[in-house]
Ligand binder design. Structure first.
Ligand code: ADP
Ligand code: ADP
Length: 216
């Protein structure tokens, strides 16, 4: 991937090859700037690779993929809607009836400790709670693929730990393919089936090291 801005161009990923199997929970770790976000943006179709292809479920990604869940580092919630309304909005946007997803939304919010906050507005929630709400929002329509870009990056250690447990519980209750970008090797090892380590070597091909994990 080459980013071009005026006369300046930046190489982000070169000759990178990675296959993620269906149902796998893969973590991608690597230092800032090695291309993790670029990779996720290409998988989701937000960014087009300047060369090479990205394939999701045997289809080459040409446009933003609508059928997935995405969680970013800073949760963007509609401040004028309650937590439950924010979650259900995701369903509404896809043209599904909200009523059919109400119970599921409450179930997921309960699973991440937000049941008592479902009718509150985002500004009444802590950073960790907002992030949990955004994870539930990403999961509500049962996407086959969930992409997370440093979802816990802005949280303190204790909250991160709780989020990690929440995420693990959500994944255990309904397995899906998850690509989880993190700075934390600990988190990656604890959560995933496989850890992909990206190490940038300027001007050269990234090294990708795969480490298969055995789930407890
Ligand atoms: P990471 O997520 O691992 O921190 P990124 O994918 O954000 O890495 O960035 C990879 C490289 O691409 C970095 O050198 C970064 O500066 C560059 N880059 C990322 N986004 C842009 C952009 N929109 N324009 C120019 N360069 C970018
Ligand atoms: P992260 O490590 O989560 O990717 P960054 O600070 O690297 O966070 O990037 C934040 C945003 O800025 C991303 O959307 C990325 O694409 C963009 N970005 C990163 N580097 C550059 C750059 N050199 N020029 C323009 N945009 C960039």
């Amino acid at each position: 991937m080459t980013y071009n801005r005026g006369a300046k161009s930046t190489q982000a990923l070169q000759e990178t090859s990675l296959t993620i199997r269906k149902g796998e929970f893969v973590s991608i770790v690597g230092p800032s700037g090695c291309g993790k976000s670029t990779l996720l943006k290409m998988v989701s179709g937000l960014l087009r690779p300047t060369s090479g292809t990205i394939t999701v479920d045997q289809k080459v990604v040409q446009a933003p993929v609508t059928d997935l869940g995405i969680v970013f580092q800073s949760p963007v919630l509609l401040e004028w809607r309650t937590v439950l309304q924010n979650v259900l909005m995701q369903v509404e946007l896809r043209g599904y009836p909200k009523s059919a997803y109400h119970d599921r939304a409450v179930e997921l919010l309960t699973a991440v400790g937000l049941r008592d906050f479902k009718d509150q507005y985002p500004h009444e929630l802590s950073g960790g709670m907002r992030q949990r709400a955004s994870i539930v929002r990403a999961l509500i329509h049962d996407p086959p693929l969930l992409l997370m870009d440093e979802p816990f990056g802005a949280l303190d250690a204790l909250t991160r730990e709780q989020m990690r447990i929440d995420l693990e519980n959500l994944w255990m209750s309904r397995p899906m393919t998850v690509v989880f970008v993190t700075h934390s090797l600990d988190e990656a090892v604890l959560l995933s089936d496989r850890v992909v380590v990206m190490s940038p070597r300027p001007g050269r091909v990234e090294q990708i090291i795969n480490v298969d994990m055995e789930r407890p």
